[in-house]
Design a protein around this ligand. Structure first.
Ligand SMILES: O=C(O)CCC(=O)C(=O)O
Length: 235
């Protein structure tokens, strides 16, 4: 029977040096907020890192799929958002096939977006809701935990009463994200074998338009933090 780690994921054997890396990845995600691992990494290493970061709650392919209505299966740009609908703490992508500069992902700092918002918008955003799939309920798009504000913002799943305050708050939020992206956004490019890990509480993410002939294929994992999953290094 396959060995399982503390989060119940099948444990992928990793060498002690990789295990130490997994430990440092979580620290990077808690401080810098994202981590791009360049080079021709194997999917095996990606699986190993993901299973050490926490509980994998979903795995999907970000790939062109004709006839699908899902954004990840289409060519269009995807606006900045969080992947919060399954309460993921981390989002991880493995670039199985890159597409050059097309479809470049970008990241926008949540902290900096918050600094651009006035108190009235911040207050209103806690009355605007985002649909979550896992619990099939709506939760406020701006929430507080352990003294920190974070977003549950997926623009195409939001729902709110269209009064003046709410409309202004959403428009302020979108403007702040756009301004922040243009000023300090991290524009990344993913090549085959690259791994991108993002703390969904610290960064919004999105991506540019793909080319019509794209063969781009990312493997995406949503991961829920489990402090006790981090058993790293030698015992
Ligand atoms: O295609 C990408 O780079 C990211 C897609 C995306 O927005 C997502 O996985 O939530």
């Amino acid at each position: 029977m396959a060995e399982r780690n503390a989060s119940g994921n099948e444990r992928v054997e990793i060498s002690p040096s990789n295990a130490r890396n997994a430990d440092s990845y979580i620290r990077i995600l808690d401080t810098a907020g994202y981590c791009l691992i360049r080079g021709q990494n194997s999917q095996h290493l990606f699986d190993a890192i993901c299973s050490e970061l926490g509980q994998i709650i979903d795995s999907s392919d970000v790939v062109l799929r004709e006839g699908s209505s899902r954004k990840i299966h289409n060519l269009y740009p995807i606006p900045a958002h969080n992947d919060c609908s399954y309460f993921a703490d981390f989002v991880a992508w493995y670039c199985a096939t890159g597409d050059g500069q097309a479809g470049a992902p970008f990241l926008v700092s949540v902290t900096n977006v918050l600094k651009r918002l006035g108190n009235a918008s911040i207050e209103s955003l806690s009355h605007i809701y985002c649909k979550t799939h896992e619990r099939n309920e709506y939760v406020p798009i701006l929430q507080e935990a352990a003294g920190e504000l974070f977003f549950f913002y997926t623009p195409w799943y939001t729902s709110f009463e269209p009064n003046k305050e709410n409309l202004r708050a959403v428009s302020d939020l979108n403007a702040a994200i756009e301004l922040e992206r243009r000023s300090f956004g991290k524009e990344l490019s993913l090549e085959t074998g690259n791994i991108l890990l993002v703390n969904d509480r610290k960064f919004f993410h999105g991506r540019d338009q793909l080319s019509a002939e794209t063969k781009r294929h990312l493997v995406r994992r949503w991961i829920r933090r489990n402090e006790f999953a981090m058993v790293c290094g030698d015992a």
